[in-house]
Design a protein around this ligand. Structure first.
Ligand code: AMP
Length: 490
């Protein structure tokens, strides 16, 4: 199939051809015609499938075809994403594909000043890309008007739920004008998700009207173009093995996943020590530092980017050849997301997991989820010592006293959402056997606290914003301003 057969405006075809795309990807072939037709869509598509263009191109087409009279520019399309990075990337795509159309777009996310966003919104925006938290801030401050919304996109909906955004999303949806979709005149809703939990189905059920179902990548399966391998190794020798692999295989660009922010920092430092240019990206870094880390990695001045799951979500790095799981994720689905960073848009990629004896259960869960066994290859000189006993991998915040409300969260929105799981080893409380009191496993998914605590005085003054994050985090700045980091996304 050719792009020109999809019924898209000439301006869009021109932009697409300048991007060098020769033909639409499967998700684009399926999604573009039904979205152009005005239908709601429930799409199962992972990152790397070309899903962003799959919804952006027909969205731009429809907005352009039905321009409102008059000079006013209300927000007509809203794209919600889980992380800042993904929001920025989607915004870039909207700009790229829409460059020959007279439509304006803006992106709003936390961690940066809200004022330029307010000015931009005031000047008029057709398409708004947002993370849920910052969007609610704007809604609370009445700096955005969504009453003319024609298209709503939930991108990576599963991730938004994982990150604890469900209440925020429901709240945003409730604030949108009520719709009647009998005649397809009302708002069009598009939901993209890599996986489908009951919660996603529930959300979709309440939001979508007679949706077209699109499922390009089979659920919870890993991309065919990614070669997967496990290298068994002792826990204490993982860093040595990683440096060895990078050096002997001459990897130029490798994304490495660590389980925690602290672990990511430490590993990046150790690699630097080994003479390998490395940097870390995670939720405790300022937006500026994160942007710089990503830019340095993309332009090749940094060879290794060490990331936590949440920070890496949404990173779109063209033709990333290698992804390394320095530690396996404790949530099996994250493995699918992680290795989706490579083998994108048809390119071949390699996903390497360094697995020690502690992680057997995680590996078993992952293999169960993806319904295949990952080949195990022992690297010469790194055979695991059979006498080393498994130690519990301390999960999330188990054993850590519940953070009091007066303590700032070290995390971010990443820390909202998943309930801690007890995994195999029966150490739900206390210290790990190596005496490590859980400090290593802090980034991911603390229990969501979406209860009904009262806002603390001194918190950001947006009474409409209900999220646990806002309530829990002390804040002593001006009303309307938020702490500089860790707002939306990671
Ligand atoms: P996404 O799944 O939206 O994150 O897209 C993954 C990558 O595929 C991005 O780098 C896009 O630029 C690229 N891409 C999207 N559509 C196409 C296409 N039709 N042909 C080649 N590459 C594409």
């Amino acid at each position: 199939m050719l792009f020109s057969e999809l019924g898209l405006a000439a301006e869009l075809l021109r932009a697409v051809s300048e991007e060098g795309y020769s033909e639409p990807t499967p998700v684009q072939c399926q999604a573009i015609p039904v979205i152009l037709d005005g239908r709601d869509v429930l799409a199962g598509a992972q990152t790397g499938t070309g899903k962003t263009a799959g919804f952006t191109l027909p969205l731009l087409h429809r907005l352009h075809a039905k321009r409102p009279e008059g000079a006013r520019r209300p927000v007509r399309a809203l794209i919600l994403t889980p992380t800042r990075e993904l929001a920025a990337q989607v915004a870039e795509s909207v700009g790229t594909y829409g460059k020959y159309l007279p439509l304006k777009s803006a992106v709003v996310f936390g961690g940066v000043s809200i004022n330029p966003q307010i000015s931009q919104l005031r000047r008029g925006v057709d398409i708004l890309i947002a993370t849920p938290g910052r969007l609610l801030d704007h809604i609370g401050q009445k700096t955005v008007d969504l009453s003319h919304l024609e298209i709503l996109v939930l991108d990576e909906a599963d991730r938004m739920l994982d990150m604890g955004f469900i209440r925020d999303i429901r709240k945003i949806i409730a604030l949108l004008p009520p719709i009647s979709r009998d005649d397809r005149e009302g708002r069009q809703n598009l939901l993209f998700s890599a996986t489908f939990s009951d919660e996603i189905r529930q959300l979709a059920g309440g939001l979508l009207h007679n949706p077209a179902h699109i499922d390009v990548a089979r659920r919870n399966t890993t991309v065919e173009t990614v070669a997967q391998v496990v290298h068994p190794v002792d826990r204490a020798r993982k860093r040595e093995l990683l440096s060895h692999l990078i050096g002997t295989q001459n990897w130029r660009q490798v994304l490495v996943f660590a389980r925690t922010k602290h672990g990511a920092n430490k590993l990046a430092e150790q690699l630097e020590h080994d003479g390998i240019k490395a940097t870390a990206i995670h939720g405790n870094k300022s937006q500026g530092a994160r942007t710089k880390a990503l830019a340095d990695f993309k332009n090749g001045s940094v060879r290794v980017l060490v990331a936590t799951d949440i920070a890496a979500r949404g990173l779109d790095i063209d033709q990333l050849p290698h992804v390394v799981n320095f530690e396996l994720p404790n949530v099996a689905e994250d493995y699918v997301h992680r290795i989706g960073r490579t083998g994108r848009a048809g390119n071949v990629g390699e996903a390497i997991s360094l697995v020690c004896v502690d992680e057997r259960d995680f590996l078993r869960d992952i293999e169960r989820l993806i319904k295949r066994e990952i080949p195990k290859v022992v690297i010469d000189g790194f055979a695991p010592d059979p006498n080393i006993k498994a130690e519990p991998v301390f999960k999330q915040r188990q054993g850590r006293p519940q953070r009091s409300q007066s303590q700032p969260r070290s995390g971010d929105n990443a820390n909202r959402g998943k309930r801690p799981q007890v995994h195999g080893h029966g150490h739900a409380h206390g210290k790990t056997s190596n005496g490590n009191s859980n400090g290593n496993h802090a980034e991911q998914k603390a229990p969501a606290k979406h209860g009904h605590q009262k806002p603390r005085s001194g918190n950001v003054a947006q009474p409409s914003r209900p999220s646990g994050e806002q309530r829990n985090r002390p804040y002593h700045g001006r009303p309307g301003q938020r702490p500089a980091q860790n707002r939306s996304g990671t």
